[in-house]
Design a protein around this ligand. Sequence first.
Ligand code: FCB
Length: 463
Amino acid sequence: MFPTRFVWGAATSAYQIEGAITADGRGRSIWDTFCSQDGRIVGGDTAETAIDHYNRYREDVKLMADLGLTAYRFSVSWPRIQPDGSGAYNAKGLDFYKRLVDELLSYGIDPWLTLYHWDLPQALEDAGGWPARDTSKRFADFAAAVHAELGDRVRNWSTVNEPWCSAFLGYASGEHAPGRREPAAALRAAHHLNLAHGLAVQAMRAQNADSQIGGCVNLYPVTPATGSEADQDAARRIDGLQNRFFLDALLKGSYPEDVLADLSHLSDMEFIQDGDLATIAAPLDMLLINYYSRFTVSGAPGGAASAAAAPTDSGSPWIGSEHVGFVNGGRPVTSMGWEIDDSGLQEMLRRIAEEYPRIPLYISENGAAYDDAIGEDGAVHDPDRVAYIDAHLRTCHTAIESGIPLQGYFAWSLMDNFEWAWGYGKRFGLVYVDYETQARTMKSSALWYADTIRHGGLLGRAQ
Ligand code: FCB
């Protein structure tokens, strides 16, 4: 059994579900541009319609209520609310999120709002994107505007979803929008995403002291393939860039010296200005952790295995450590090729609780893609997803029992959706979506999750 106040949630993001990319005055985002370019998205998929959540949000909130969710994590689309990323706000865009939030509240579902889940207004990319310092300031203004409008009915706020992805997939490997392959620019982007987080926290705090505000990072434990010095150095490097660069900045107000040294050939770091790190480390009410898998690495280049593999022609996101090889750790994988390792979640939670003590923790994303299909009985049977979530929830439970301040769990994702460069080929949902008809069908994992929530804990071990 989980604590009575444990938050049982599911998560989505605006770009992956909303569609309606030209409706009601929405501006253009970097992902619209990216999807229109050849070779960027598997199968040439776009998010023009996505799963039409913009028009179907009432039906979707009803699904959440049927599941018994106590919380729903979603993101707002910056170009829908502020089409050019600066200047005028679009009342119709804001109204959509007010309606969504009111609908959630009418069912007693707590809205958890993420301000940035990767859909930067194209106008800001044209002005330099995240490598430009000004984008951080634009984001703080946007955060303040959204918070001023929705702060009365949304209590839980997070700033930037997974800054690692925005910086290094967006500007180093080019797997994500805007598709640039510029390592030095990616480093600046990483710092400016952190700065954007800190400035937004300050701006929201100044408005309303009651809001619960967090940062959101994607963390991977990193294991060296062998005990060799080269493999251990590879693990230090990847852990540094993936985990410590963001955790230390947000929670300690410093960048790890070894990571800065690994990157010193790229920049003199002049873009890290006096006072930035104090801003970035503005006190937080919670840390949101997205957890999917573990990395096993070697000091010699190897096959780009598992979680490190990109679906399209891309460079390396591991700036300064491009030589590191990602090797198969020998665990079963999901249809993303990501190794399943709930012990990695345990390891991460313990580490955070020890190294960055006392901050309340939430698992803000966790889940798995499988090749789901509607069966002849009209149902979608996804026992592998049930087993995945069951195992990770058991780990969460063990963590809580051992005193780690973990307070909630959000499954990724509520519904199948547009999985970035992978397009619609990868299904992460608890709810199956027929992309032709937009019909929603609860998978067996959704029914299982609803039972779990109703019971307040795990029943028998999943098969
Ligand atoms: C995370 C993203 C989310 C989704 C999952 C599978 O990195 O935050 O949008 O793509 O991975």
